[in-house]
Design a protein around this ligand. Structure first.
Ligand SMILES: NC(=O)c1ccc[n+]([C@@H]2O[C@H](COP(=O)([O-])OP(=O)(O)OC[C@H]3O[C@@H](n4cnc5c(N)ncnc54)[C@H](OP(=O)(O)O)[C@@H]3O)[C@@H](O)[C@H]2O)c1
Length: 252
């Protein structure tokens, strides 16, 4: 199988490389893409050096079976046609297509069958906080319909990308050195702090991240479930946690 990763140098792209290897994914040829910033960089996959190519509107995706894309929503929108034109399945990590009716939003453990209906050749991957929650909810839904969920998240720096992880590390170093920490990637200093705001606020005063948990959960579970989320960034490098309160229709 010919596989492509778009955004190979990023936090998600690097995890793709690790997981594809760990899972022994059947790959005959792997192509890596990025912007001009990472083009030319080399990564080792199964003992072979692979050079990152610059993502352009050309025929590079001819013959590609699956393209895992994680270079941000804008890039996914701009390049979807170029990537899928010759039949590649685009599995997209960004928020670009998640709520589009003709794009399935899939967590394999929950609604894997939805992936078979993909009119645009695109399968969207949900927000990280939604994914881990619906895996747990789905098991309970099989016992009784879930009416409501209140969830509080504890989200690591990794969710904001590679440069955000670097910023957290740098903030700790700066504070230890008695310097004022640099704040660019987060709304406030994250080191030694908690930030009860992930992404921007919407009109209803939930943040975009919190509303994603509402909308995406309903689409994935094909359910009228009501989700109220409070998303908090915590000063750890990796791994999100969640505290979830669930109201079922019948006692479980
Ligand atoms: N981090 C997470 O846990 C997580 C979880 C779910 C979804 N996502 C989503 O996945 C996407 C990537 O997130 P990330 O955390 O991996 O971000 P990141 O660490 O900032 O990496 C971004 C990647 O996009 C590439 N890129 C940027 N502009 C590009 C362009 N014009 N052409 C080609 N490649 C370009 C970058 O390549 P260069 O090095 O060349 O700039 C880099 O490889 C985002 O949409 C994010 O919302 C992230």
């Amino acid at each position: 199988m010919k596989v492509a990763i778009v955004g190979a140098s990023g936090a998600v792209g690097q995890e793709f490389l690790k997981v594809l290897d760990e899972r022994n994914f059947p790959i005959d040829e792997l192509l890596l893409f990025g912007s001009s910033r990472s083009a030319g960089r080399e990564y080792t996959f199964r003992g072979k050096q692979i050079t990152v190519k610059e993502l352009k509107h050309n025929d590079d995706f001819k013959g590609v079976d699956i393209a895992f894309t994680s270079a941000g929503a804008g890039i996914s929108k701009e390049f979807a046609e170029t990537i899928t034109r010759y039949g590649a399945i685009m599995i997209d990590n960004s928020s670009a297509f998640r709520m589009d009716e003709d794009v399935p939003l899939v967590v394999p453990e929950v609604n894997g069958d939805d992936a078979f209906v993909r009119p645009r050749g695109i399968i969207a991957n949900p927000n990280c906080t939604t994914i881990q929650m619906v895996v747990a909810l789905n098991a309970i839904e099989s016992l009784s319909h879930i009416k409501r969920v209140h969830v509080a998240t504890y989200q690591a720096a990794s969710g904001a990308g590679a440069s955000a992880m670097a910023e957290l590390r740098k903030q700790y170093e700066q504070i230890v050195a008695g310097e004022t920490p640099t704040v660019e990637k987060f709304f406030f200093q994250l080191a030694y702090n908690l930030i009860p705001q992930v992404d921007v606020f919407t009109d209803n005063l939930y943040t975009k991240e919190e509303m994603k948990m509402f909308h995406e959960t309903r689409k994935i579970m094909h359910s009228d479930i009501a989700v109220s989320a409070t998303c908090v960034r915590v000063p750890v490098m990796r791994a999100h946690s969640e505290a979830i309160w669930i109201e079922t229709e019948r006692p479980v």
